[in-house]
Design a protein around this ligand. Structure first.
Ligand SMILES: C[S@@+](CC[C@H](N)C(=O)[O-])C[C@H]1O[C@@H](n2cnc3c(N)ncnc32)[C@H](O)[C@@H]1O
Length: 248
């Protein structure tokens, strides 16, 4: 209802979805656009070529089954967003982020898509309250709270209501993008391998400049150190020294 309401109110012409899985949200977007008689273009991107729940199926299989002939839907799999976005040669007035959920996760792709979204466009994201159920699933909540824009907040009566969030991009969104680079200093739940780091670093340097790329490098370095230290401590805990009383 929330996503459908956003489409009805803002009537976007070019939509980007990052994180497809079986294609549930792709199908939802296509269905609502149909119902609204809108011929908007939908671009869906997923890192995985195979469905994350069962590799026997291709990513997006359910949406393809429901909409085999859709001319206004394009699905790209097997690549990171920064490897694709420039070739698309599009500006997006709606984006739906729904990928890793753990930090750095969606923060990275938000920074990738933002230069391609004009003022007035809508940034929506899923799982902004998932951390109550899933450990470390904080990324979209951090992103939502660190970003600046005209927040569109559904009634927060249940955790489900709070699990989808959106905001409208304003000129302040771009001015305060440093907040997102700053949020990258929070502890990450997983580490980036060298190829992924390089792809995003190159992109950030090009679109946000040398200093932003350096922030990204530092956040990676600090997280690598922190991550290794905490994982080693978990694996090899330092035995607590017993007090003289305990020893007796
Ligand atoms: C929660 S599922 C998406 C669910 C889908 N939006 C829906 O509501 O039906 C997350 C998906 O994100 C994909 N993913 C994970 N990391 C990604 C990344 N960096 N870029 C693009 N897709 C990614 C996974 O392969 C998985 O298919």
């Amino acid at each position: 209802m929330f996503l459908g309401g956003l489409l009805r109110r803002y009537r976007p012409k070019t939509l980007l979805e990052v994180g497809v899985s079986a294609g549930g949200s792709s199908a939802l977007l296509l269905h609502v656009l149909d119902r609204l008689d809108m011929e908007s273009e939908v671009v869906s991107v997923d890192l995985s070529e195979r469905w994350n729940k069962d590799a026997a199926f291709a990513t997006g299989w359910a949406a393809k089954k429901l909409y085999p002939e859709k001319k206004n839907w394009r699905l790209y799999t097997g690549k990171f967003l920064p490897e694709i976005i420039e070739e698309l040669n599009l500006e997006f007035d709606f984006c739906f982020l729904d990928t890793v959920h753990a930090l750095p996760g969606e923060l990275l792709d938000y920074l990738v898509v933002l230069p391609f979204m004009p003022e007035g466009s809508i940034m929506a994201m899923h799982d902004t309250s998932l951390y109550y159920q899933v450990k470390d699933a904080l990324a979209t909540r951090v992103l939502y709270d660190a970003s600046v824009g005209k927040k569109i907040i559904p009634p927060q009566l249940t955790q489900n209501d709070a699990n989808l969030s959106a905001f409208q991009i304003t000129d302040e969104t771009y001015k305060h993008v440093v907040n997102i680079f700053s949020a990258l200093y929070m502890p990450w739940a997983y580490l980036l391998d060298a190829p992924q780091f390089h792809i995003y670093h190159t992109f950030f340097k090009k679109y946000y400049g040398e200093e932003a790329a350096e922030w990204f490098t530092r956040s990676r370095d600090w997280n690598n150190k922190h991550w290794i230290k905490t994982r080693v401590r978990e694996k090899f805990p330092i035995p607590r020294r017993s007090s003289p009383a305990e020893g007796q």
